[in-house]
Design a protein around this ligand. Sequence first.
Ligand code: HEM
Length: 326
Amino acid sequence: MSRMHMIKVVGALVLVLAYICSNDQVEGSEGLSYGFYDKVCPQLEGIVRSGVQSMSLTDPTTPAALLRLMFHDCQGCDASILVDSESNNYKSEIRSSRNMGIRKREAVNLLKSVVEVQCPQRVSCADILILAAREAVFSSGGPRIDVPLGRRDSSNPTNSALADSSLPPSNVGVDDMLRLFEQKGLSLEESVAIIGAHTLGVTHCFNIESRLYDDPKSEHGRAFEMYLKLRCPQGSLTSNISVVLNEPTTLTFDNHYFINTINGRGVLTIDAEIPFDPRTVPFVQRFAADQDAFFQAFSSAFVKLSTSGVLTGSQGIIRRSCNALN
Ligand code: HEM
């Protein structure tokens, strides 16, 4: 083989390799890839799957809690929400009022300790949290979402002011909701789909008090508002412990959330408004009629939300335990 021929062959091989590698990388989220832990911790996804399944058997509300935990950590998806307040002498992220009702942080800690035994110092808490959330969706009847991995954990303490300013208040309307998700790269369709996460779980009365008593503007769903008022009476001293179901099939990830909102049975302001806003209603109707369309748009929204602005490569750290900056 001539030297020139050899150079051409090697050049072609380099191009093919570069193409293969770039295909594994995720567009717009440098440093993340599918199969990131395939070599260093192939058992990771299995550990998280069986862990979430067994925790859900003991407490069937686990998937709802894990899914919300993902959203609230994904102001960077760097596991900062898992850091305990006690370990720092400042007001940490979890203490923001926007994180009221956040549960199951300890579930991610537990998964991390199992992973740490098998693959010490290899897997970030941030990735375990995302994997736990996607298992939460799947194990409760939702789509199987393929998520790119390679996130790193925050090494700096995040204080509650960040969560206060970046997470939406409980009475957010359509304008602010769309703006929030647009900043994270979600399309209009994906923004409506991701709110469909409210197919799972509960809402504390505390979080709908302003909707019911300070700003009751909706003519639609009056009967349902009366029901909510009965469940959450004004001035109740237990509004931070009493809850209403987000929708009747609250343990199952399905499209009933959209069917309910169309029927005027949305619990939060945003749930009540999306079936009436001209921008969002076409998607609400489509998802109510076609669960597969919801699952598809939800999956791509989940990937975008969980890859936006993350730490990768040499940024951040891989914590030893998720609740402390170590
Ligand atoms: C505009 C955006 C959103 C607002 C204003 C909002 C607000 C809320 C509020 C106030 C609650 C009730 C919390 C409680 O009282 O315990 C809640 C529950 C929940 N949210 Fe959202 N949310 C939004 C978007 C999302 C997204 C994007 C996800 C996930 C991808 C999500 C998942 C959940 C889940 C699963 C629950 C039930 C949690 C449980 O039962 O523990 N939410 N949301």
